[in-house]
Write a protein that binds this ligand. Sequence first.
Ligand SMILES: C[S@@+](CC[C@H](N)C(=O)[O-])C[C@H]1O[C@@H](n2cnc3c(N)ncnc32)[C@H](O)[C@@H]1O
Length: 282
Amino acid sequence: MDLPAEPSEISGETSAAGAGGHTNDVEFVRGADCRDVLPLLPARVFDACITDAPYGLGMAAWDSDVPGVDVWRAIMRALKPGAFLVVFSGRRTYHRLAGAVEQAGFRIVDQAIWAFCTGRPPSRSHLRPAHEPILIARVPGPAIPLNVDAGRIPWRDAEDQARASRIDSLRAQGGRRRVYSESLARYGREPFRPNIKGRWPSTLMATDQVLGESSHIFLVPKVRDSAGHTCAKPAALIEHLVRLFAPEGGVVLDPFAGSGPMAEAAVATGRRAVLIDAAGTT
Ligand SMILES: C[S@@+](CC[C@H](N)C(=O)[O-])C[C@H]1O[C@@H](n2cnc3c(N)ncnc32)[C@H](O)[C@@H]1O
């Protein structure tokens, strides 16, 4: 991919990390600090930044603080106007992340939740950790639409779809339903017909251990393999976020890439990606 500046300008190891013949589509800059690499990237070329930045919980040497305003400004420079910024965060440091992102000039538009059942309470005075907040922001500018259809939650079966149709038709007749704006014009005149691709995706994503029987929730098979990283995210989860927040054929930035689930997600979804991580290949 010809997006980053000359590899010689980047102190780190640049490698094509794609799979299945897509090696030109993913570039992984390893062993380089993103604060050095981001200024070398061209401005306003990335369609989205989806990343799992340090939480500032002191879990590792690189985790002493959340990235500051300067980092989010450098990321904003590389993003197109209106592009999404999606960042995983620690529960007790979310406010610091949100403050820095907002101060850098992003508009905070939402918060999603990644829920799991694998956490251990750090002490007897803590609850068992079972979720992480995901900050969703945008670069100011004309809004790039969310790819709702690409992220719809598939119907479990025909009965599930039919039940949604019955419930939504009843609600529509009661005049209380305002969520499915695309169908509002039809309300009252004909029965609600659920989208063939599935339900509208929600702000909750979870391992299938958490909620097996729910509706708008994206379920990820519980992952045991941590890909050698203390805070690895399942590629299926990253894939869902990429489908939702980056346009088809677009290019995604992940400046805190860790073990690199973004590489797999980008290839699987037909997006291009630039990944950066301070850790080297070994
Ligand atoms: C929360 S982990 C990401 C884990 C990743 N989601 C995965 O599934 O493997 C954050 C990563 O940011 C990297 N990191 C921390 N500070 C960095 C910096 N200034 N530049 C580039 N990478 C950095 C760390 O090496 C770590 O791998």
